[in-house]
Design a protein around this ligand. Structure first.
Ligand SMILES: Cc1cc2nc3c(=O)[nH]c(=O)nc-3n(C[C@H](O)[C@H](O)[C@H](O)COP(=O)(O)OP(=O)(O)OC[C@H]3O[C@@H](n4cnc5c(N)ncnc54)[C@H](O)[C@@H]3O)c2cc1C
Length: 434
């Protein structure tokens, strides 16, 4: 075993994006690092699923990225997989409803594009368009919200009608916050608009992966480990006990116990609740989960003109075409509480009805495989109540927290997860004088 100058030992609990981000931030430090992951693979919620009939590997639900994901992209650069992403030239989304298709773009003509897009929206009154332009202008000038204002309150303040909300703002809020506009934190909604969609052409454009998302993270399994850095899969942590600020005992479910100088928890609040500790943890009870339902459909023929659409007046909110390995479509429904009581066949039937209503070329008889994925705890609900409760990445000296749901000012996304890992490690480096 080669000598390292510093004999400090750090444990990272959880091998999702936030755990991997934390680990990669520490990779240059002369310390021992162990990662404990409960499942038999890394990636957490960015898991891969093998479809039995087609043999295709699909994502655990389609994930959207935007150009503003600088921390997540930084992580992929370190893992050497950034090259598998492709970027839109500028934010450009086609919306489809029963009355036709329309486009919202944010770049072809610079900032003017937003206004041109709005002006071209069908079936929207001039008053509505004027109010939306006023709203966009105020966002561009740094509009802020109070903690108690929801996304819907903000839209109401600008007298944005339900009609334009349903067409434009709701799909955006649901896709980024997985929370209904009525409940969603207005502060985070405005942050999303400021940091991503209205910041620059680069930040707002949508980003897609040529590979299944999980594969973007897999190089971590070879880049990270050496004699001082270990990844343990299928090791679920049961308890963490503090002896003093510099000494913690971690107990694995199989009974093994190990000592560390610091611990970084990178779990969801729902998983954290199950870990026993002898020190005060943040209040996890207030966090509620929000489900996402995804359906993958394999079709013999292509029925989509564009690569993806926002679906208006439909049960599902988005459809994406995927062409790697085979032709298939991913439909998503965020904040999917209303699907909780439905059976698999009822949910698939709803998807078929949406597609029949919106795409004349869709033919359900040409669908030869359907895969339904219900993620009950896809993300936290990011409401006006929970946003102020999101904890910082340091609990006390030696105990750190990361995860998409922690306080990052961002919605609970892959970018928030990557950023939280960096923040947790920033605190740890200062405390341990690394
Ligand atoms: C269907 C779906 C769609 C989504 N869409 C988007 C999107 O469009 N855009 C976007 O940016 N984000 C999206 N997300 C959210 C994104 O996946 C998450 O923000 C991100 O993956 C969270 O990473 P994390 O590391 O914080 O948490 P996790 O990925 O949950 O990682 C936590 C890890 O800890 C492990 N663990 C749990 N308990 C223990 C224990 N006791 N001991 C050891 N290990 C343990 C878990 O197995 C897991 O691997 C979506 C999520 C889902 C489910």
């Amino acid at each position: 075993m080669s000598q390292i100058n510093n004999s400090k030992k750090v444990a990272i609990i959880g091998g999702g994006i936030s755990g991997i981000s934390a680990a990669m931030e520490l990779i240059d430090k002369d310390i021992n690092i162990d990662i404990y992951e409960a499942r038999n693979s890394i990636g957490g919620r960015v898991a891969g699923i093998k479809d039995k009939l087609t043999g295709d590997e699909i994502d655990n639900g389609k994930h959207l990225m935007v150009g503003a994901y600088s921390n997540f992209f930084d992580l992929l650069q370190k893992l050497g997989t950034f090259k598998h992403l492709y970027f839109q030239k500028y934010f450009n989304v086609n919306f489809i409803s029963e009355s036709g298709e329309f486009n919202f773009s944010n770049g072809r003509f610079g900032k003017l594009s937003q206004l041109i897009s709005l002006m071209n929206f069908p079936g929207i009154s001039l008053r509505d368009k004027r109010n939306s332009i006023k709203f966009i202008n105020q966002v561009n000038r740094g509009l802020d919200a109070t903690p108690s204002e929801s996304a819907k309150d903000i839209l109401n303040n600008f007298q944005i009608s339900n009609k334009i909300s349903e067409i434009l703002w709701e799909p955006l809020i649901l896709a980024t916050m997985n929370t209904t506009p009525r409940e969603a934190s207005g502060k985070i909604f405005l942050n999303i608009l400021k940091l991503a969609f209205f910041h620059s052409n680069y930040s707002g454009r949508l980003v897609f992966s040529n590979l299944q998302l999980n594969k973007l993270l897999i190089p971590f399994l070879t880049i990270f480990p050496n004699e001082h850095r270990r990844i343990f899969l299928q090791k679920s942590i049961e308890s963490v006990n503090k002896i003093d600020d510099d000494n913690f005992i971690i107990k694995i479910k199989n009974g093994e116990e190990y000592n560390y100088n610091a611990v970084i928890f990178t779990l969801t609040p729902f998983a954290l609740k199950k870990i026993k500790t002898n020190f005060q943890m943040p209040d996890f009870e207030s966090f509620e989960s929000s489900p996402i339902v995804s359906i993958y459909l394999w079709s013999e023929e292509d029925f989509l003109k564009n690569d993806f659409y926002a679906l208006i007046g439909a049960k599902f909110q988005w459809i994406f075409k995927e062409t790697y390995n085979s032709l298939r479509y991913a439909l998503t429904h965020s904040a999917a509480d209303e699907f909780a009581m439905l059976s698999k066949s009822e949910i698939i039937e709803l998807a078929y009805q949406d597609l029949e209503k919106l795409f004349s070329k869709f033919n359900r008889n040409l669908i030869y495989q359907a895969q339904l994925i219900i993620e009950k705890k896809a993300t936290i609900k990011l409401t006006t109540q929970t946003e102020p409760l999101r904890p910082a990445q340091k609990i006390s000296k030696g105990i750190y927290l990361a995860g998409d749901w922690t306080s990052t000012g961002l919605p609970a996304t892959m970018e928030s997860a990557a950023l939280s890992g960096k923040h947790a490690v920033g605190n740890l480096i200062t405390d341990l004088s690394l």
